[in-house]
Design a protein. Sequence first.
Length: 421
Amino acid sequence: MKIFKLMAIALVAMVGLNSCSKDCEHEFIEYDYNEALVGTWTYLEEGQAEAMVINPDGSFEVTGVMKGGNGSLYEEKGTIKVVNNKVSLVFEGDKDVIEGRLELVSGKSMSIVINEEYDIRLTYNYCKEDLSDEIVGMWVSNDGPTDMENEIMIRTYDNDGKVTTTGVRTIGGSPDWILKEEREYKVVGNLLFKKLSESVANQVGVSYNVEQLIYTPKATALGDIMTVLFNLPIGDGFMQTRSSFLRVKQDLNLNGKTYNYSSAYVTNAKGKNEDFTIMGHPFNMSNIKGGNFDRMFYSDLFCLDLNATTIKKYYRFNGQDVAIEIPITVEGNKVTLDMSAINPSYRKVDMYMFQDADDSQLHMYMHTDAFINYFGNLEVITMLQGGKIDKTDTAAIEKVFSDMEARIESINVSFVMKARK
């Protein structure tokens, strides 16, 4: 309701306390709006948002964020009364009163006009359902809000008002890798209010981010979709963004599952402009894209057989079918590939895996260290099978990893695998 109060202050400044606008002589049609007001009403614009819950007894609760004042979260209570189209809002605590004219389209929109001449109003949209329960769980997105090729993000919303985020976000045009960052959140109606980290808040000038949620249960064969709309601060302005999240399971079901490679999503790729190979396929960090992995894995007929303790990889090398069985440790969605159990010179790989509702897709998510270790291991295996190095030559094996580290500054990749039918 701070938005209303600022409007009232602006009105006083423009027309003075004793002035009378055309609204003073407005002819009102008698109608009882009070029952139609009951429910949740939301408002989202650049830099400001509010969710207003109106109860049957006329009391209301408001949760909002407003540009200015560091964009902090505010909560207010009061009572609303409508008589002959005239609306009056009385706030608890300071007892401030806002009066105006009500424009209501039942079940769709509610506008409170506090000055006709200058068209000073606030318009809310009716929210049919509260999504505070539906948001709980784990969600993954390869459809980021920026102009990056893909912005990978995994979010887990708990019942206790905490959300953890893993992935790549872009603030001020710069990609930023985050790992299990925990923040406070609150959902009212279809608005999600999320507290930002101190570093991000300092960059964008607000301490809370507000997102509008569109929930579609069983939107695809893969499961529920949550579409997120919000206004991303860019410089002195805002850019409206949209991302789609797929609900995934928080516990992996790997036993007896076989997945074929489907696609790859790459973000935050930085490094040397030089050509190198992985399993005989050319790469360059200056222009690496998901298509590079398509050519690599499709041509090698790459697939995975999984269970709770091992992953068996199948691929083709020099026209021959090759299988490698790797011990794994699973902790929630974190999966550690213990390549060192095969050869002490290999490196362990910590990655994250996610499955959709019916296990038909598997997302393998790697950040920079995981990428270097995973593909360094594959390159070492390729060189051993090609007779280019000896398995006892630890210096040569270590050089493969050090070369990979030298050329890759950062990269985040999500590999999508589809269940074999």
